[in-house]
Design a protein. Structure first.
Length: 298
């Protein structure tokens, strides 16, 4: 069994454990009243986007998300939350080192004893959700399960739906499609971006992701009979109609959005196997992007 396969299957257990530690670990993420910036690279950038939407919508304070290489130039924050599975990504380390004095710096990571430890005031170590595969699956979803539990969203339903997503028959055969489009609203826009990335990373597939209503503003022009449009959450009626007009297949269900992401991970895994690819070791990718030497922003 591939590491990716096992790690996908373990997610309901890691989510349940994260829920049990939400009170202990969640305070650094909620920080009521503070102005917060969340940063991450790749998958972690999409988690940061979802976290920012969830925290601000919960009324806990203004929350932005940014790539560490593209930090807001003039804004100041009380707290920065860096999401980094490895704790060694160069852009994250550089961004944390440049935070103004007085900014509380928090790292969510899967490892103790990495370079990020010396740059932060608080750490959330999710070592129980670490992964052997280069491709991230259970670490980012466990971060989001923790965030949702900390703000009082989700509960045990996400665990139950996650278990269901592991045993459900895939809704489509991915090898029948050449184009995958993922859509979301609110915090699930980050999930849509992550779903599209999984298709690219694992299976070298053609995938895109957008806020749901933006699909009509140009992207639908590339959709056709071999396009799968996958909606996270309840679809606006106009979106389903647009997919039908383009001749694309449209899918959504009532599972919790994190559980829907598990289905997409399984879809990407099947497509990789169909194409004879190793999902544990995607082409040109490494577990952590370490740039040496790195001179910071130009």
């Amino acid at each position: 069994m591939k590491a990716t396969d096992a790690e996908i299957a373990s997610q309901p257990d890691t989510w349940q454990f994260a829920l049990s530690r939400a009170i202990e670990l969640g305070t650094a993420l909620t920080a009521p009243g503070e102005r917060v910036l969340a940063i991450g690279c790749g998958t972690s950038a999409f988690v940061a986007q979802s976290y920012a939407w969830l925290r601000e919508t919960a009324g806990l304070g203004e929350t932005d998300a940014a790539y560490p290489s593209e930090l807001p130039a003039t804004r100041r924050y009380d707290r920065v939350v860096a999401i980094t599975r490895s704790g060694t990504t160069t852009e994250i380390l550089d961004a944390l080192s440049r935070m103004p004095a007085g900014t509380t710096r928090v790292a969510i990571t899967a490892h103790d004893g990495e370079a990020v430890d010396d740059l932060v005031d608080e750490r959330i170590v999710l070592d129980f959700a670490d992964e052997r595969s280069i491709v991230q699956t259970r670490f980012p979803t466990t971060v989001l399960a923790l965030v949702r539990a900390a703000i009082g969203d989700g509960g045990m339903r996400v665990v139950d739906d996650g278990r269901a997503a592991l045993t459900l028959e895939l809704p489509v055969l991915p090898e029948e499609f050449e184009h995958f489009v993922f859509l979301g609203t609110g915090w699930t826009i980050g999930l849509a971006h992550e779903a599209a990335l999984k298709i690219r990373e694992m299976a070298e597939g053609w995938s895109e992701s957008y806020p749901a209503m933006d699909f009509r503003h140009g992207p639908m022009a590339a959709a056709g009979p071999r396009t799968l449009v996958w909606m996270f959450g309840q679809p606006p009626a106009a979106v389903a109609e647009a997919a039908a007009e383009a001749g694309a297949s449209f899918y959504h269900d009532r599972l919790d959005p994190l559980a829907q992401l598990v289905l997409v991970q399984r879809l990407a895994l099947r497509l990789a196997e169909h194409r004879g690819l190793d999902p544990d070791r995607p082409r040109l990718l490494t577990r952590s992007v370490v740039l040496t030497p790195y001179g910071g922003a130009p």
